[in-house]
Write a protein that binds this ligand. Structure first.
Ligand code: AMP
Ligand code: MG
Length: 408
């Protein structure tokens, strides 16, 4: 049995960012992962321009002005945004200018209009600027043409989309989304729209995993419920590994008489690299690779174990395969409001919520039973508190390591 860290490292070693890319338009790029470095042949700002509505002046002319005896300048032009200035500002002259408009040659500083008083053809500058260049956005000070603007491997959210638009990158190369096959195994399982007979269990894992995979930007391929029948399982797994980058099955990976998955993976040429992990919940995790590059996760059937395995291990695997540079899980230390307990034998993950209480992040354990079959109190959680192997108690008020960013 591997430790959580060992399992993480085995999994990550097997996964390389996929090579398949596709072109998408900027409109369709939100949420995708960039597969090329982006640069622009434009400087940002494109040219010196005004950060204020006001007057473009020569610093020399106005540096000694004061409200009692203000310098007055002749207004020789009006420059709205989008218009190219035609005149050069000479000593004693100014141009009326608006936010975003190009700075006229000869001027070097903007006086905001609140610090001026218009007097017909002239304007009085009431307050001197603190320095030359005030309120001028200088060409190239945000970005110099030719440098890398966005790096391959980042996810495209609204700020990056804005940068791409301004760089005129209207067609982009992004990583194509990996397909993830999902199926549930167990004779006891029924679909949510069927009538529950005695002894049966409703398949929640298929829905949980489909949502989980979609939340990571991959394409879920749900294959439904497969009975605990070795022939059916073998056929399903064979199809899944030949048509998907990753396969997630739940159930059938414990040591019970109906747990066939590991055996079948071996028969189909899979290399089983992990058979169990010292984690609670989620110990019976199977991880295998196939010669065609397919990655297989045999996930425990209990609904909480299934999602904890997904968050802890599958999440980073899908992110890395998808081409994301930042694929690692995110941990932070916060104060726990509840005492957390473990028998010390495995690394324990307790579900709950990180909340801002009196301005400080704190961990609050989900109320109700912490049992790997209790999916009810998993709803609404956003974090897992971790009790390291060998430790039995973390007292309320102490700090605890918490895994965050669960795609709930
Ligand atoms: P297994 O790993 O197949 O032994 O399953 C462990 C437990 O999880 C059993 O109580 C199963 O009934 C339950 N279980 C397995 N698969 C699912 C599923 N897809 N949805 C909900 N519960 C499940
Ligand atoms: Mg089962």
């Amino acid at each position: 049995m591997y430790s959580v860290k060992e399992a993480e490292s085995i999994i990550l070693t097997q996964i390389q960012p996929r090579q398949e890319t596709e072109k998408v338009s900027l409109e369709a790029a939100f949420g995708r992962i960039l597969a090329e470095d982006i640069s622009s042949d434009l400087d940002f700002p494109y040219w010196d321009n005004s950060a204020m509505d006001g007057y473009a002046v020569r610093y020399e002319d106005v540096k000694d002005t004061n409200p009692e005896n203000p310098v007055t300048l002749k207004i020789i032009a009006e420059i709205p945004a989008g218009k190219v200035p035609e005149k050069i500002i000479q000593p004693g002259e100014t141009a009326r200018i608006f936010t975003g408009a190009m700075l006229p040659a000869g001027s070097d500083t903007i006086i905001m209009q609140e610090n001026t008083q218009k007097q017909g053809e002239r304007v009085a500058i009431l307050i001197p600027p603190e320095k030359i260049g005030l309120f001028v956005r200088q060409r190239g000070t945000f970005y110099r043409a030719g440098n890398t603007l966005l790096k391959a491997g980042i996810a495209l959210n609204s700020p990056e989309i804005a940068v791409l638009a301004t760089a005129q990158a209207t067609e982009l190369t992004v990583f194509s989304r990996p397909q993830v096959a999902i199926f549930s195994t167990g004779d006891e399982l029924i679909n949510p729209d069927e009538t529950l007979q005695k002894g049966q269990i409703i398949d929640s894992n298929r829905y949980a995993l489909t949502a989980f995979v979609a939340s990571l930007g991959a394409i879920p391929r749900p294959l439904g419920i497969i009975k605990d029948n070795p022939d059916l399982l073998r056929e399903t797994i064979r199809k899944a590994i030949n048509s998907s980058a990753i396969v997630l099955s739940t159930g059938g990976v414990s040591v019970g008489d109906y747990d066939y998955i590991e055996g079948i993976l071996g028969e189909l040429g899979g290399k089983i690299l992990i058979g169990s992990v010292a984690i609670q919940p989620g110990k019976p995790l199977t991880f295998a690779t196939f010669p065609n590059g397919c990655i297989y996760f045999g996930i425990p059937g209990n609904p909480v174990s299934a999602l904890v395995s997904c968050w802890r291990f599958v999440q980073m695997a899908i992110k890395k395969l998808s081409g994301l540079t930042e694929y690692q899980n995110k941990f932070l230390r916060v104060v726990t409001r509840d005492t957390l307990q473990s028998n010390g034998q495995r690394e324990v993950y307790l579900w709950g919520k990180i909340e801002i209480i009196e301005g400080v992040y704190q961990f609050q354990l989900a109320s109700g039973q912490h049992n790997s079959a209790n999916l009810i109190n998993l709803a609404g959680t956003n974090a897992l508190a971790i009790i390291p192997q060998g430790k039995t108690t973390i007292q309320a008020g102490e700090t605890v390591e918490v895994m965050t960013g669960l795609p709930l």
